[in-house]
Design a protein around this ligand. Structure first.
Ligand code: SF4
Length: 321
């Protein structure tokens, strides 16, 4: 029988699905030194690809994941299964079945330490997920130009989310290790009707955010701009990224003073800037929750990537029913 490790140990997918409220209440417990926050039942699910990225962002949570996994004797890149067809991914069908049982329709193809657009069977995977009844979106950094793979873009029935960190090559290099900026003028208008942009506010780009919003506002198909705080889910991260956390706070205060408040989404305020809805997505205070699957077969139900993933470490090594 297939087994899946969850917060409370190893369980069968059926038991997990039947006892969802129990596991959900376990999910409310703060894990490690993650901030205590009210979490809702998962409203979407992420398929997290593992492997090598085409960028090297200084704040990449995937690198933290790699480090923590290594300390536990696991190499997430060796176990990434990125070269394998998804039919061979461990626990994948069970993850989909549980997600379906929870009436979650929205799935995102995303990456923890890589970009999902580099997955060899991406098109087939999207088609398969759609046939299974899901609405499939993607989060990508734009460096693997999906507009050159139009069959992939056309097959998506969910949001195309681009993460961009700067429009200035010098700043971009400081943040991502790469000076070259994707050809957004061509990529964004050719990415369908449902596009969103995400910017991780940090010490290097904080002075450029308003110009970036202005630039993005010229694209009619951008429905939403997300300004994210850095992924500082533990005390260590908070220390390491103190300057970036402060940059997000300063910018948030400035936006609050200067722009029209529209509404709140999952406890995060949305403002209108240059005609676009811009959310201040604070990872410490939002209430969203998600199911997370990793291509090494791990599965957890925690929006916080590191806390959730590490709660599953060792799952493949010592399963017990
Ligand atoms: S693009 Fe994403 S996965 Fe790649 S290095 Fe940057 S944060 Fe990490």
């Amino acid at each position: 029988m297939m087994i899946i490790k969850s917060f409370s140990g190893y369980i069968t997918p059926k038991a997990y699905a039947n006892n969802y409220p129990t596991f959900q209440s376990n999910a409310l417990k703060p894990e490690r030194d993650t901030e205590v926050r009210i979490k809702e039942a998962p409203s979407f699910a992420d398929i997290n690809m593992l492997g090598k990225c085409n960028l090297n962002c200084f704040f990449c949570v995937g690198k933290e994941l790699e480090k923590i996994a290594r300390q536990k004797g696991k190499n997430i890149n060796l176990d990434s299964n990125m070269g394998k067809h998804f039919s061979q991914w461990q626990n994948f069908e069970e993850f989909l079945a549980i997600t379906k049982k929870q009436n979650i329709k929205k799935l995102y193809l995303t990456g923890s330490n890589t970009d999902p657009s580099t997955y060899k069977y991406l098109h087939e995977l999207i088609e398969y997920l759609k046939e299974s009844g899901f609405v499939v979106g993607i989060r990508t950094n734009g460096y693997f130009d999906l507009t050159k793979q139009s069959e992939i873009l056309k097959s998506l029935n969910g949001t195309v989310s681009y993460s961009l960190q700067s429009l200035n090559p010098e700043t971009n290099k400081k943040i991502t290790g790469v000076a070259k900026i994707p050809d957004w003028d061509n990529i964004i208008p050719n990415s369908g009707d449902n596009v969103r942009a995400t910017i991780v506010v940090n010490r290097y780009n904080v002075g450029e955010i308003y110009d970036m919003i202005k630039y993005l506002s010229k694209f009619d198909n951008i429905k939403y701009i997300q300004l994210r705080s850095i992924y500082a889910e533990t005390a260590d991260f908070k220390l390491k990224y103190a300057k970036d956390i402060q940059a997000f706070k300063n910018l948030s205060e400035d936006i609050t003073k200067k722009f029209e408040y529209v509404k709140s989404f999952k406890n995060c305020p949305i403002y209108r800037i240059n005609g676009k809805e811009v959310v201040l997505w604070d990872l410490g205070t939002n209430t969203i929750n998600a199911n997370n699957y990793y291509t090494d077969g791990s599965f957890h139900q925690n929006y916080y990537v590191v806390a959730g993933y590490t709660s599953n470490l060792g799952a493949e090594k010592s399963p017990k029913a």
